[in-house]
Design a protein around this ligand. Structure first.
Ligand SMILES: *Cc1c(COP(=O)(O)O)cnc(C)c1O
Length: 391
């Protein structure tokens, strides 16, 4: 998975792993839509024998992904959760994992409803509190799983601080870097052992593909995960790999627009009487702001959450009133999305003791013209504005 390490991020996003096709000169990596590859003699082939094991389009994607995290290797999967499951194959029954008390709903579902059945132990902790994490470490703790910024409260986890705790405990630190993307944040450089991405989000960037990736430097971990990628088989199709490759090329341009538009929307929501609280790591009042400034190198991203002053009814009305912001799950695409986490992305938290507030709204601010986004949020705010006191 070699690439030119002297090249900058923007250049790697376009070229790493994507030299012109050696047989035809095609500038863009072809979609190698084939399940199998011819062998000259038994076992003698050009590096590919069966597409579950490896496929040239996927291979190009893996090199490109590794380059963006300044890493030695990357493995691509059919979804972010398929990648998550693969990482958890590093654990054995009786092992213990620490994860965030506001982990991605699907991550929580996988650990609590599936992996727990196979004897994996876990503790959910507020990972912004490093003392609480130290206190949760057990002799059998083998992994700390953290997202930052978190979903949906945009809490900031101190990656370097967490890496130190993990090292002391003899555990691996895995950072779900989906919300930040490698353009904003490079967890491996801060001491994390592995990075997980749902490439469905910012890396794909166009809401037209589901995919995942695991990225790291340790060659033994690579061998284990590569074995399981093939053994369990949750690999991305050649076309899906191609879509993510295509998305990566514009990642830096898109992220700069997401940053800019989100900052404007945050400004609009702050101090509006219809809004109770805004959650955005770029706000100086955000408790994680100082850590975010240290570890997020190119801005604070496009995700914004807030609560409505009018409670659940206002939140429901708000998400059903916006027109440019489409009511939908997911995030990280060019288009703006809005959702109600309590009933949508985080519905699986119901009854867990880790439910999200029912007046919480999450925005994935897209890259449309900012004036259209502002007008849309303004009309929705007006629709849920608290009644004015009559004089
Ligand atoms: C979407 C998401 C996932 C899961 O990814 P899929 O591609 O939907 O399987 C994991 N972590 C975070 C933070 C996500 O947003």
């Amino acid at each position: 998975m070699s690439y030119d390490r002297s090249q900058r991020f923007e250049t790697r996003a376009i070229h790493a792993g994507q030299d012109p096709d050696p047989t035809t000169g095609a500038v863009i990596t072809p979609i190698y839509q084939t399940s199998t590859f011819a062998q000259e003699e038994v076992g003698k082939h050009k590096g590919f024998d069966y597409s579950r094991s490896d496929n040239p389009t996927r291979s190009a994607l893996q090199t490109a992904l590794a380059s963006l995290e300044d890493a030695d290797w990357a493995l691509a999967y059919a979804s972010g959760l398929a990648g998550t499951q693969n990482v958890w194959y590093l654990l054995a029954p009786g092992d213990h994992m620490i994860l965030s008390d506001d982990a991605y709903g699907g991550t929580y579902r996988l650990v609590s409803k599936v992996l727990a059945r196979y004897g994996l132990e876990y503790t959910m902790v507020d990972l912004t509190d490093l003392d609480a994490v130290r206190a949760a470490v057990q002799p059998n703790t083998k992994m700390i799983w953290a997202e930052t910024p978190t979903n949906p409260y945009l809490k900031i986890v101190d990656i370097a601080g967490m890496a130190e705790i993990a090292k002391g405990a003899g555990a691996r630190l895995v950072i779900d870097n989906t919300f930040a993307s490698p353009y904003l944040q490079k967890p491996l450089s801060l001491g994390a052992d592995l990075v997980l991405h749902s490439t469905t989000k910012y890396l794909g960037g166009h809401s037209d593909v589901v995919g995942g990736a695991v990225i790291g430097n340790d060659p033994e971990v690579y061998d284990t995960l590569k074995f399981h990628q093939n053994a369990a088989g949750a690999v991305p199709a050649p076309f899906d790999s191609w879509l993510v490759l295509r998305g990566l090329k514009t990642l830096s341009v898109r992220m700069r627009e997401h940053n800019r538009n989100a900052a404007k929307i945050v400004e609009l929501l702050s101090n509006n009487p219809a809004v109770e609280q805004v959650y955005y790591p770029g706000l100086e009042s955000h408790p994680g702001h100082e850590v975010a400034k240290r570890q997020m190198l190119n801005g604070f991203g496009g995700m914004v959450s807030f609560t409505t002053a009018g409670g659940y009814a206002a939140a429901r009305k708000f998400v059903e009133t916006t027109k440019v912001f489409t009511l939908a799950e997911s995030l990280g695409g060019i288009e703006s999305l809005i959702e109600h986490p309590g009933e949508m992305t985080h519905a699986s938290m119901a009854g867990s003791g880790h439910e999200v507030a029912d007046n919480l709204i999450r925005l994935s601010v897209g890259i449309e013209h900012i004036d259209d986004l502002v007008e849309d949020i303004e009309q929705a705010l007006a629709a849920v504005a608290p009644a004015k006191a009559t004089v």
